[in-house]
Design a protein around this ligand. Structure first.
Ligand code: ADP
Length: 248
């Protein structure tokens, strides 16, 4: 059973939009606890791939399995999200008028907690979890500040913290370090390396320095399928990869 032991398994997935094959035979295999970077030129199909994984786009054919046995093609986008498969879009979305702490509190409580998210209503375990995430995203000193006053990088970490606090099984991140300073990018790399092993992450990025810092396997998408895969140094030396990036 090929899906066994994989947090995510895509096999020969195809999607066409008005006859244009945006995803054309994509297969992908993510192990639990893995930190996988996905790169590829514009139009390679990276966004469409994430839309398929999260149930936003239905493939025309192929297989998509989550957690070994769950056939994602049989589930709605909302059901998939509730299974702990979370997506973070490129731009940060936090509640700007609420403090860092309150943002995390809301995320911890989930949808039903909006009115009841008060410190004393959190259980001891929830309080510990919140403190742990606050430390992980290094915003302890900012806990009482309104999120709207944070830097761009800090808002990104807060939103990542809001997802982490819900203990996701797989986190999909779209260009997390876009617009960050070099220092913020480095701290994001440190954060992701700490997550590795505990969470499974798929990171779509363009920043090669950041990807190099993360290490691990890099998947190069092109024309809706995997063009190359391996350590960054290996895929960067691959002639087919150089060709698609230089546009020949
Ligand atoms: P990437 O994120 O790697 O830049 P996308 O997944 O956004 O690539 O797009 C892959 C290709 O599919 C592009 O050529 C894009 O124009 C096309 N495409 C994506 N979504 C749609 C859609 N809803 N309708 C038509 N074409 C689409």
């Amino acid at each position: 059973d090929l899906t066994h032991g994989r947090i995510l398994y895509l096999e020969d997935v195809h999607v066409a939009f008005d006859g244009f094959k945006a995803i054309n035979g994509l297969s992908l295999d993510i192990a639990p606890g893995e930190l996988r970077c996905i790169i590829g030129p514009n139009g390679a199909g990276k966004t469409t791939m994430m839309d398929i994984i999260t149930g936003k786009t239905r493939p025309d054919r192929g297989e998509v399995f989550f957690g070994g046995t769950i056939d994602l093609l049989r589930h709605s986008e909302a059901e998939i999200a509730s299974m702990g498969l979370c997506r973070k879009f490129q731009k940060p979305t936090v509640f700007e008028a609420l403090s860092v702490f309150e943002n995390l509190e809301l995320a911890l409580q989930g949808p039903r907690g909006v009115a009841a998210a008060l410190w004393h209503r959190l259980s001891g375990a929830q309080r510990d979890r919140l403190a742990e995430v606050l430390e992980l995203i290094q915003l302890q000193a900012e806990a009482q500040r309104p999120a709207g006053l944070l830097s761009h990088g800090q808002k990104q970490w807060l939103e990542i913290g809001m997802l982490l606090i819900q203990e996701p099984k797989l986190l999909l991140l779209d260009e997390p370090v876009a617009g960050m300073t070099d220092q913020e990018t480095e701290r994001t790399a440190e954060l992701f390396l700490q997550l590795k092993g505990r969470h499974s992450l798929i990171v779509v990025e363009h920043d090669m320095g950041f990807i190099a810092r993360l290490g691990g396997t890099v998947t190069v998408l092109c024309e809706g399928r995997v063009l190359a895969q391996g350590p960054l140094s290996q895929v960067q030396a691959d002639e087919r990869v150089i060709e698609v990036y230089l546009g020949r």
